[in-house]
Design a protein around this ligand. Structure first.
Ligand code: FAD
Length: 407
């Protein structure tokens, strides 16, 4: 069958894009193709479940704008579709003078990003969170939690009710673009679409190359490993507890996260993965490792971040180091409190020169748009991301933001 639009990828970015396309163009013939037997089985289904407020991002940047709008849009979507969420607020905890200074910079950033924050001293902190210690803290009331898998189910429902199709168990194996259409193949099955949008997360670079695009980057998997606290400690914190991030590092640091089921997780760290989609510890995929280890950008980024990388690796293997990172602000935690929990894997785009891509990366042709990097907080920002991509695809919205990001 011939479609107006084909979206590859049943994670939150693909689904939000499909939903917005159907909203802008009701009645469009649209198909979503997903290789797994269910939706949101990769990054979207293995994350911290935090609806970020967006205090970290450079004021005026696309990431800051999308996050602020995404936080509001996600909560509205949940509200309208009866998906449970909680605006529980987050506390960033400074444990020394340097972190206090960094915290002050974040206060400025929050102001510029128009996000409400409340500064706490050590005593306020203790009163608000009796099990947390620090020299100061920053409370972000708007931060929330949700199960993004539930959000995806809600989006899938909207897509189906709009008359579009979601096909599972379809692994796209070939893409070819002609002047009039794009042909998408999965083994012997074929689809034809006027426009194709690829939101394939951990496989995004491979699909871009499969479609004949030249890429200057490669996806390198970074595991985000978590532990879960025993249920007896579910009340250890009232809010989400985050360290003050090191501005030189791309990830936010190990945090205590209250989940929608009432449990509390600890994590994630950021360790080099040896498989793009292997979730158990020590998963190894020869093809994945061979591919990145022959990519020059990989070695450049590893050498640049060697010290931090080795520390993360050590803490991943030995729980004691991981525990130390959390005990800095939650001293009552003990090694026996760190129970197993499934890891997530970040699709981190790395450029040939070794730069880690921190923002969105898109590649475009006349009939295709490939989302090549959709970093955290892309789950929070998915609805406005989908809106922008959809606007671009149907040619309605100003597209300068996207042109600027096009590789
Ligand atoms: C550990 C961790 C913690 C995070 N925490 C947060 C958080 O708290 N808040 C937040 O906002 N963001 C968070 N993020 C980021 C967020 O989860 C991701 O940015 C977002 O889920 C990306 O969505 P996606 O749709 O681009 O990718 P994915 O969810 O990975 O979806 C891509 C889909 O494409 C499919 N696919 C791939 N190849 C093919 C193919 N050949 N054919 C068909 N289908 C294919 C895959 O099966 C997959 O379903 C976190 C990420 C990680 C890893």
């Amino acid at each position: 069958m011939a479609y107006d639009y084909c979206v590859v990828g049943g994670g939150i970015v693909g689904l939000a894009t499909a939903m917005k396309l159907l909203e802008i163009q009701p009645g469009a013939r649209l198909v979503v193709l997903e290789k797994e037997a269910g939706l949101s089985r990769h990054q979207t289904g293995h994350n911290s479940g935090v609806i970020h407020a967006g205090i970290y991002y450079a004021p005026g940047s696309l990431k800051a704008d999308l996050c602020r709008r995404g936080s509001k849009a996600t909560k509205e979507f949940c509200w309208n579709h009866r998906i449970p969420f909680e605006t529980c607020g987050k506390l960033l905890v400074a444990t020394n003078e340097l972190e206090l200074q960094r915290m002050n910079n974040l206060v400025e950033r929050a102001k510029l990003n128009q996000i409400e924050v409340e500064r706490l001293d050590a005593a306020d902190l203790r009163q608000r969170e009796p099990n947390i210690i620090g020299v100061g803290g920053l409370f972000v009331p708007e931060t929330g939690i949700v199960d993004f898998k539930r959000v995806c189910e809600g989006m899938a429902d909207v897509i189906s009710k709009a008359g579009a199709t979601i096909e599972l168990d379809v692994t796209v194996t070939a893409i070819s673009e002609s002047d009039s259409a794009v042909k998408i193949s999965a083994g012997a099955s074929e689809w034809q679409a006027t426009k194709l949008i690829v939101c394939a997360g951990l496989q995004s670079d491979r699909l871009a190359r499969m479609a004949g695009l030249k890429t200057d980057h490669q996806i390198v998997p970074f595991r985000g490993e978590y532990y879960r606290l025993p249920s007896s400690k579910n009340d250890i914190v009232r809010h989400l507890i985050y360290p003050i991030p090191d501005p030189d590092l791309p990830f936010l640091g190990v945090h205590l996260t209250r989940m929608m089921d009432g449990s509390v997780t600890v994590g994630p760290n950021a360790v080099l993965g040896f498989a793009r989609e292997g979730y158990p510890k020590f998963s190894f995929n020869l093809h994945d490792v061979a591919e990145y280890s022959t990519f020059p950008g990989f070695w450049k980024t590893i050498l640049r971040n060697i010290q931090h990388g080795l520390k993360e690796m050590k803490n991943s293997i030995f729980k004691a180091g991981y525990l130390e990172a959390c005990r800095k602000y939650c001293p009552s935690l003990e090694i026996g409190d760190l129970l197993p929990y499934e890891a997530g894997i970040r699709a981190q785009a790395v450029m040939k020169d070794g730069t880690l891509v921190h923002d969105f990366l898109f590649l475009e042709t006349a009939r295709m748009l490939h989302v090549c990097n959709a970093p955290s907080p892309a789950a929070t920002s998915a609805i406005p991301i989908g809106e922008m991509i959809a606007g671009k695809i149907v040619g309605r919205e100003p597209t300068d933001w996207l042109k600027n990001q096009t590789g």
